[in-house]
Write a protein that binds this ligand. Sequence first.
Ligand code: ZN
Length: 184
Amino acid sequence: MPGEELAVEEEFSPGDGTFCSNGVVRAAQAGKVFYDMINRRVNVIPFKRSGLMAMRTARIVTGVVVGMRDDVAFVEVFSVDDKEVGSRIDAVLPSSQVVERAGEPLTNYIRLGDLIRARPVNKSVPLVLTLKQKDLGVIYATCSNCGAVLLRQDNDHLRCQRCGQVERRKIGAYMVRRVGGQGS
Ligand SMILES: [Zn+2]
């Protein structure tokens, strides 16, 4: 953080993103501290994305599933602790952090294009996410058959109001509720 003491000048000379006063090298900007042992210089590398600062204390993130393989889903995080971040943060969701019964496909839990609420288990990019907690999971999804918005049917099924398709998900704090009296 700006003003933070990084070194004394006898040990490390001030490098990028730092300043020196009274023999003490301090950070001139927020970022990651890098001690260059070869040149005996200390540098502060600015965070590339504004969201990275928020990530330090992130408890819950919201993102969209942008890619899927058998063992991992790729997620772009656009909100950290319910605050939108400037640019999307790359995240991965390993199947081990989703699948509850061994051998089940990841697509029983999430699918491409779903919005998910997840908890980060690390603090660097790419974020590693988990859904293994109550209320974490899919919060918005569309029908893979016709594209209409899916409504919540029960604890782990969503139903399309247009074509009747039923799809399984790990459902979090789902945003679209079943319309009273409809569905099954
Ligand atoms: Zn449908």
